[in-house]
Structures are given as C-alpha cells and as structure tokens.
Design a protein around this ligand. Sequence first.
Ligand SMILES: Cc1cc2nc3c(=O)[nH]c(=O)nc-3n(C[C@H](O)[C@H](O)[C@H](O)COP(=O)(O)OP(=O)(O)OC[C@H]3O[C@@H](n4cnc5c(N)ncnc54)[C@H](O)[C@@H]3O)c2cc1C
Length: 456
Amino acid sequence: MSTLITDGSRTYAAEAAALVRPRDAGEVADALARARRSGTPVCVRGGGYNQGGLGLAEGAVQIGTGGLDRILDIDVAARTARVQAGVTWDRLREALDPLGLSPRVTQSYGVFTVGGSVGINAHGRNIDTGVLAATVVSLRVMLADGGIVDADRTRDPDVFRLVLGGLGLVGVLLDVTIELTENHEYRKSRVAVMPTGEYPRVLREVTADPGIHFHYARLAVTPSELWDKLLCVDYRLTPGGNSREPVRSEPLGRADLLKQRGLFLGCTYSAWMRERRFGWEVQHRARMETVRRNNVAKESIQALSIPRRRSGYWLQEFFLPVENLTAFLDAGRAVLRAADFQLLNTTLRFVPRNTDAFLSYATGDRVAAVVYFRQPLKDAAIARTVQVMRRLLDEALALGGTYYLSYHRYATAGQLLRAYPRIEDFFRYKHKLDPDGLFRNQFAEQYAELDPERAF
Ligand SMILES: Cc1cc2nc3c(=O)[nH]c(=O)nc-3n(C[C@H](O)[C@H](O)[C@H](O)COP(=O)(O)OP(=O)(O)OC[C@H]3O[C@@H](n4cnc5c(N)ncnc54)[C@H](O)[C@@H]3O)c2cc1C
C-alpha cells in the first residue's frame, strides 16, 4: 500500500512505495538490495524539514533515518563525536552538555538530524566556524551497490565532497564524525538598530573581532520600512566564564513559545501588528544575557509549527558577496514592493568561505539573507510567489550571489546553472556512482536533464 508523504513546505508530495526504518547498516543494505531487485527508486529522509521535496520521489522506497539514532563515540580529548545520521542536534547537545562540549556549528533549531544537515550542508549563526561541511572529519556512506565508503578529505575525497550537501542523491549516510568545541560561555554584547547601509561596515568589524562567535541581524519588514533598517545582535566569548546553564531542547518553555509565536505569526494577518513588529522584536531581543554555546540564539520550531490547512510558512535564502549585500537589498526591496509581497521576517547571517562541499554555496565570504513568509497553498498564489522569488534570484545572481537548495524549487534550470556552475558535474559524478539512478528525489527529477530554457 502506498503512502502520501509531504515535505516541510506542505507543497511537494509523493506516494511512497514503502517506508523503511533501518536500525543499522545491515538493514540499510537489505532495503537497498530489495529496491534494486524490484527496480524501485530510493529516497532518504531525516527530519523531513527541507522545503524542496528533497526526500520525496513518486513510487520510491523511503528510508527514514529515525532508527539510526545512536551516538557512537564522543572523544573528549580529540573533541570529536561520531554519530549515526538520524541523531538530532538536540539529542547530541544533551549528550555533550555534561562533558562541557558543543558542536562547532550550531543550528538554531535542534530538531534537524545530523544526516539531513549534512545532506544540505547547513550553517548556523556562529561566525567562528561557518558551514557544517567545514567541521565534518569523516563520514561513512552506503552507495547504490550496497558498498560502504569510509571517506574524508584524503580517502575517497570525491565521495566525501559529493555527500556534503549531496541532497541524498549519492548514498545513505550511515554515520559521521564531526568536530566539537568547548561549551563556551557568551555574553550578548550588542543589540543595536542601524540603517541597512551601515551594516557591511559593521559586519567587517564583527568578523575581524575574534571574540565575537555568534552574530545575526534582523531586517525590518513592514511595508513602510522594508529592509531600510536592521537589528544587529552579537554574542561575545567570556573567557573562563563559569555560569551553569543546562542545555535547553524542544519543547521550549510555554512562555518562550507564546512569545515567539506571537512575534512571528501574530503579524501574519494584522497590518497594525506588522507595523509594530520591528519594535517588539527589538524589545524581545534586547534583554542582555549570558548563555552557553549549547543554548545560544536558539529558536523554537514549535513556534512555527502551527498547522493550517490552506497555507504554509516558507523560507528562501540568498547568499551574497558581503560587498554586494546593500545593492541586493535595494534591488530586492523594489521587487517586493512592486509585487506587494509581504514578508514575515528576514534574517542576515555571515557564512565564511568554504568549498569542502562539491556544491558549495560559499565560494567566497557570503552574507545569507533568509526570507520567511506565509504562503497560501493555492496554485495562483504559488505561481505569484514563484515569479517574485525568480526575480529576487535574478538580482542575487547578477551580484555574484547564489541560493540555498534546501527550499522551494522555483528556480529555472538556467538559474540553477548560474547559481551552481558545477551542477552538471555533480549529476555526472552521481551517475558514475549510481548508474541505475537508484537514489532519486524531486530535485533530481526536475533538474538532472538540464535544459536552461525549461521552467517547471
Ligand atoms: C524553520 C526552518 C529553519 C531552518 N533553519 C536553518 C538554519 O538555520 N540553517 C540552515 O542551514 N538550514 C536551516 N533550515 C534548513 C534545514 O537545515 C534543512 O531543511 C535540513 O535538511 C533539515 O534537516 P532534516 O533532518 O529535516 O533533513 P531532511 O529534510 O530530512 O533531509 C535533507 C536532505 O538530506 C538528505 N538526507 C537526510 N538524511 C540523509 C542520510 N542519512 N543520508 C543521505 N542523505 C540524507 C535528504 O535526502 C534531503 O535531501 C531550516 C529549515 C526550516 C524549516
């Protein structure tokens, strides 16, 4: 019996031929062997939070990694952890906390799996490290033929680089060894409102300051002040800090949840609330705090998980060279205003250069601009959003930018090619490792046969 599965955007769906939940490499091998024999494609799903149908393919066997949930080793001296792919960041941080350790890359949401984060090469608000790929020491992946490759930067480096941000198309990641750091203490050292034009200078100062490990900015999104000003937040290391603060995981406290829901989603329907939103956000974030790395800049996924039948909450993310950020925001503001497109939020983050992943989105230092909005799930409304996002992407591409593959697949093949010039090589390599196309998802179905003129 087939089962209908949707992704995190509630837009993309597929009938799965079967759902399997292996607990070890042997069970993954069995699932792949059965799929090969029956000629059924396979796709892999961690938490399923991506918004691009990356864990979906029609009629595929879906491998859920929830059973691969063991922390295999924590080497305190070497500061590394080897974990199975289905372990979530919350679970890992709970295990590391008593040891005074923390992952080097910290996503704001703890519910994502380590495997799913490797699969899209996630990044956090920490500016001391950058993308997750930079902290992956080695990984073990099962390829389409059932063989296991133990890869790092010197052993099977091509496989290593393809799996990082490989969108589940290269193989099933079994386990991964990542670098850790101390569960440092930080002090929120700056909460400042400034005109957007000042931000590139401030960002240069922030990134040159070795004491600031976490940093982000929130742009005003009300129609009258759209992207004109922003709120900038820094966290500074407090050397030798000895505060005690146990790790917090989902579900976060009720008060926090209500506050975050109110801030984000209360503004969805009320223009009056939207106009006041930026002021509330400043108030909400202004509280100075001392916080441990395992808790810093954490948000609650529950605050965003309000089920609605007719709408979803979508993200899009653009990566810009730092020097072109202001030009992108100016051009993007005009696009959004012309379309009367209402955002719920825009966050800026710094992503230092890293090219470990084959499909790197940070081939130089980048600022990530993450936009968040409520999306009515009607065809006409989706078509309108696609047009707006394509225009924003055109502006980003013209300024040497790119976009994140984790979210909606609105980009034309031509835009994808410009954003990821190595995408054709990626599919060629994949074909070499997986000649029968066992690993499939909707991204590959849309883009593997690249025709720059083809839109979906
Ligand atoms: C509200 C929200 C906030 C977000 N914030 C951030 C953020 O701060 N920074 C950021 O970088 N991203 C962010 N994301 C994106 C998020 O990191 C990705 O969607 C991530 O993939 C989610 O992890 P997951 O476990 O749900 O992965 P999934 O969505 O299940 O999988 C993601 C990809 O990895 C592949 N995959 C999963 N497990 C394996 C495996 N074991 N082997 C091989 N391939 C595998 C899948 O096939 C898929 O292609 C956010 C997303 C949402 C919805």
